[in-house]
Design a protein around this ligand. Structure first.
Ligand code: NAD
Length: 486
């Protein structure tokens, strides 16, 4: 497939000329073949993008216009994105190996859906609320946008995760500089085209693809008011430290190592599609996946056999093939990282029941076979660290208390799931797991409910009304008891 190569960055409503000669080679993850070369942002490009966002926030009516007028511009962007949904899915699948069947129902449609959801939410939210003062008088509590947001996103769901930030921050009246990952730039060019085709004013959304250096420079930029980050825990710690020093609001959506708890009454064979989505979706490159599978001892070998057969049955192949269930990993580095974890699992005493290598006939891209480990202890590295590949570790437990203790024995707390024949029993277990979100007999993210992590999985929440609130500043204006009420 061919992609339009852009020679600049989307800054202040136009394609700018790059300040830096460095370029990024975009590679097809399924074949290892380069498909495009795109400019990489340097510091001067980030400066220009922040200046544009600053000007749009401080000197235009974007932040203060009536909610109806802002909603109209946001809805025009949703319409422009609809026209590019399938092209966006193709670009994402090519670059990061996401099976096209998944990209078509996430990357192609979630951005416009989130814009419409947040436009509506903001329209129905009063900007000011009057409260009777505790000591008399009246207080006007007012919601205002925060200002210029730096949005830094990873490559695994590049557009969906961009819009976890972009949709609520626009609805609240902020402006933004988005820094996409170098692995997934082409889809951000399609986003820029959609912005150009919409009524979003110049400077409100600016896009500077680049690496860690550009990201770090943006995070610490003096004219940024808030940072919204999705990515690894290591990068999140570095960003959190900088924001702490600057007293700059920050949202951190980080890594995970969630538990899938199979209870003794679960009918797992009838739930394998849901289980796949909760544990292996997007080739294992999804932050909330329950890659630690906890199985009751009396059903341990039965569970391992079931998962082994299931992993063997998955169609591994080119991400653009609609039948593919497991595509390649996003980069050669990611493939090597996952292979090293598999070696580490074996060295620690776990046993591979299927997979562990590269599939013979999948192609020359960065593939790793779906891999199941048994004989895993929760202290093993493959049970404690995020692998970000199609690798599941099956851990036995004796009773429900032990299952919950194992689930909670983790530095992370992002997702998870409970599998059972009794939904209420599942909810009881779910209540006891220390995590930001958890499913019963599925894990299907609800965009209308808050999403985020506890412990090393992050700070703050995205999505739902809570996601809108995280882009609003609250101001209290006190009126005296003897003042004139209008
Ligand atoms: P990463 O942390 O290496 O990079 C993420 C983004 O941050 C990229 O744009 C990168 O260029 C930038 N970056 C890296 N270091 C930075 C720094 N010091 N300052 C500013 N920017 C910096 O992560 P990745 O490998 O691209 O993505 C995979 C990770 O993301 C996994 O750990 C995964 O769990 C996590 N993730 C979390 C969520 C969530 O919602 N919690 C969702 C998806 C992915």
């Amino acid at each position: 497939m061919t992609f339009t190569e852009r020679s600049g960055f989307w800054i202040d409503g136009a394609w700018s000329t790059p300040s830096d000669p460095q370029r990024i080679d975009v590679i097809d993850a399924s074949t290892g073949v380069p498909v495009a070369t795109v400019p990489q942002a340097g510091q001067a490009d980030v400066d220009a993008a922040v200046s544009a966002a600053r000007r749009a926030f401080d000197s235009t009516d974007w932040a203060t216009r009536r909610p109806e007028a802002r909603a109209q511009a946001i809805l025009s962007l949703a319409d422009a994105l609809d026209k590019r949904g399938e092209a966006t899915a193709q670009a994402v699948s090519t670059q990061n190996g996401m099976p096209i069947s998944i990209a078509s129902v996430t990357e192609a449609v979630v951005p416009a859906m989130l814009l419409r959801y947040y436009a509506e939410l903001a329209l129905n939210q009063p900007i000011e609320e009057r409260r009777a003062g505790l000591g008399g008088g009246t207080t006007v509590v007012r919601r205002e946008p925060i200002g210029v947001v730096a949005a830094i996103v990873p490559w695994n769901f590049p557009q969906t995760l961009t819009f976890f930030k972009l949709a609520p921050l626009l609805a609240a009246g902020n402006t933004v500089v988005i820094k996409p990952s170098p692995e997934t730039v082409l889809d951000s060019h399609l986003l820029a085209e959609a912005i150009a085709d919409s009524d979003i004013p110049a400077g409100v959304i600016n896009i500077v693809p680049g690496g860690r250096e550009a990201g770090a420079y943006l995070v610490a930029h003096p004219h940024v008011d808030k940072v919204a980050f999705t990515g690894s825990t290591a990068a999140g710690r570095a960003i959190g430290e900088v924001c702490g020093r600057l007293i700059r609001p920050v949202t951190l959506e980080l890594g995970g190592k969630s538990a899938s708890i199979i209870l003794d009454d679960a009918d797992l064979p009838s739930l394998l599609q849901e289980f796949f989505a909760a544990t292996l979706m997007n080739n294992g490159q999804t932050c909330y996946l329950g890659t630690r599978v906890l199985a009751p001892r009396q059903r341990y070998s039965e569970t391992v056999d079931l998962l082994t057969d299931f992993a063997r049955s998955l169609a591994v192949g080119n991400a653009l093939d609609p039948h593919t269930q497991i595509g390649p990993l996003a980069t050669a580095r990611q493939q090597e990282r996952v292979q090293n974890y598999i070696k580490r699992g074996v060295a620690d005493g776990a046993r591979i029941t299927t997979g562990g290598g590269q599939p013979a006939d999948a192609g020359s891209g960065w593939f790793v076979e779906p891999t199941i480990f048994d004989n895993v202890e929760n202290s093993h590295t493959i049970a404690q660290e995020e692998i970000f590949g199609p690798v599941l570790a099956v851990i036995p437990y004796t009773d429900v208390d032990e299952a919950i203790a194992i689930a909670n024995d983790s530095d992370f707390g992002l997702g998870g799931s409970v599998w059972t024949g009794d939904q209420e029993r599942g909810l009881d277990v779910a209540r006891r797991v220390r995590t930001g979100s958890i499913g019963v007999n599925n894990y299907a993210l609800d965009f209308g409910a808050p999403f985020g992590g506890v412990k090393a999985s992050g700070l703050g929440r995205e999505l739902g009304p809570e996601g809108l609130a995280s882009y609003q500043q609250i101001k209290s204006m006190y009126l005296p008891a003897n003042g004139t009420e209008s």
